[in-house]
Design a protein around this ligand. Structure first.
Ligand code: URA
Length: 238
């Protein structure tokens, strides 16, 4: 716990000084690194901070965050028990989608975040996080609710893709799918962490009946999704 807190703090300080993406550096109010329990068993990865998050410096505090809190309450988990991060740590200007170069620039922060938090389960919220961590272009509509073993950096976790909360705000029927997928989380956490892969810094997934394999494809350009807290709808949700 002390080690995780120190590791997370160090990483946070590095990210807060990050200047890898000039456009994001120019437009951000602050870096939104992550929040929650540094020893969490359950970690969420969203897309990028929105307007509210950029203002407050905390991920998922706008409309999507309120729904995330509600979904967690529905499975008797408090937000303070989980760790929440995003693919991008800086808000893209005008709520545009994260660009592939930005995703690539930010990826090692996410890898190292997963390593220091060392969760059992990583829930990817929507297409951007799912495609990035699976290193595969399969969309969230097809893959949501399907658990896979996934190696992120040096940590092997249960990867669990679900719709982004914004997709449920935008299209109400998705809320039922989200609730159904969330209902599986307590049992998934109870499984405990998968066997840890031999040390290698990479990522990739495998079904439970497959031999371990680690994919090393470069970051994809995931599809956009959802609305942001400004209420601006984004296309290609599903
Ligand atoms: N807020 C976040 O922090 N991330 C998202 O993906 C959406 C809203």
């Amino acid at each position: 716990m002390v080690k995780a807190a120190a590791g997370e703090g160090l990483l946070r300080a590095q990210a807060e000084g990050c200047k890898r993406c000039p456009q994001l550096v120019a437009s951000r109010s602050q870096v939104v690194f992550g929040s929650g329990a540094v020893d969490a068993d359950l970690m969420f990865v969203g897309e990028a901070p929105g307007a509210t998050e950029d203002r407050e410096g905390v991920p998922f505090v706008g409309a999507s965050g309120k729904l995330l809190d509600e979904l967690l309450t529905g499975i008797a988990i408090d937000r303070s028990q989980v760790y929440i991060a995003n693919v991008l740590k800086c808000r893209p200007p005008d709520n545009r989608d994260p660009r592939p170069d930005e995703i690539a620039n930010c990826f090692d922060y996410l890898e190292r975040q997963v390593e220091v938090i060392a969760p059992i389960v990583v829930v990817t919220l929507g297409n951007f996080a799912t495609k990035l961590l699976r290193a595969d272009d399969t969309g969230i509509t097809e893959i949501h609710g399907q658990v896979e073993e996934c190696t992120v950096g040096a940590r092997t976790v249960w990867l669990y893709p679900v719709f982004h909360p914004a997709a449920a705000l935008y299209r109400r029927p998705n809320l039922e799918l989200l609730r159904t997928d969330f209902a599986q989380l307590p049992a998934l956490i109870k499984r405990g962490a998968p066997e840890q892969a031999p040390l290698s810094s990479s990522r990739g997934t495998r079904r439970e009946d497959e031999e371990p394999v680690v994919k090393t494809a470069p970051p994809e350009s995931p599809e956009p999704e959802g609305t942001d807290d400004d209420g601006k709808p984004q296309l290609d949700l599903f």
